[in-house]
Design a protein around this ligand. Sequence first.
Ligand code: ADP
Ligand code: NI
Length: 225
Amino acid sequence: MTDSELIERTITYVQTTLQGAEGGHDWFHIQRVYKNALLIAKNEKVNMLIVSLGALLHDIADAKFYDGDETVGPRMAAEFLKSMEVAPDIVKHVVNIIENISFKVSLKSNGQHQSHFNSKELDVIQDADRLDAIGAIGIARAFNYGGFKNREIYNPNVAPNLKMTKEEYKKTTAPTINHFYEKLLLLKDKMNTLTGKKMAEQRHQYMLGFLDQFYAEWNPLPPKA
Ligand code: ADP
Ligand code: NI
C-alpha cells in the first residue's frame, strides 16, 4: 500500500469511529489538527507519514470518553495500523505520540513516575492540537465540552485551581471559564515550534479580548451619555 492510500484508509477509519462524538473531539477536530500539523511540518524536518498518522489517530479514543482509561486509544490505533500491515517501528512511534500528546501528561501525577517520550513529529502534532484548543475555535470547544458535561459557564465564587494534579484535572467539575486559566491561557508558552508559537500568539490575544468582554457584560456599566 502506498503512503497516500494508507492515509486515505486511516481517514475513513477515523471518520467512521468518531461518528456521534462530542462536538469538540469529532472528525472536524481531527481534520483541523491534521491540516495544522501539515502546515507546521513544512518548516520542520519530520517524517510526514508519522505526522499524518499521528494527527489522524491522536483522539481515536480520548480517555475522557472512556471512563479515564488512557489505554484504549493507543490500543485501537495499534490494532488498526497492524491490520494495514504498517511497519512495527512506525506503529510504535504513532502509539508513543498518542500516549504523550495530552496536556494531562505534563501535569504531575500523585507520586507516580512519568516516563516521557519526545520526537519532532510529536512536537508538531502537539502544537497543532494545542492550536485547536485556543482562539475562537478553542472558546467554542471549551463551552461545548462544558455543556456536554453540564458545567456552569462561570461562577464568580469558584476560583481557578492553578496547581491541579493530573487526577484533579481529570475529575474537575469547575465552571468552563476556569478552564481558560487552568489550561487554555497557558498553552501559548508551551508551543514547541516557531510556527506554532506565532500562530498561538494571535489566538491567545483573541481569548484575552473575549474574557475582557465577558466580564464587562457580567458587570455592566451604564452606557456613556
Ligand atoms: P488534553 O487531551 O490535552 O489533556 P483535554 O482533552 O483535557 O486536553 O482537552 C481538550 C479540549 O476539551 C480542551 O481544549 C477544551 O476545549 C475541552 N475541555 C477539556 N476539559 C475541559 C474543561 N474542564 N472545561 C472546558 N473544556 C474542557
Ligand atoms: Ni485533540
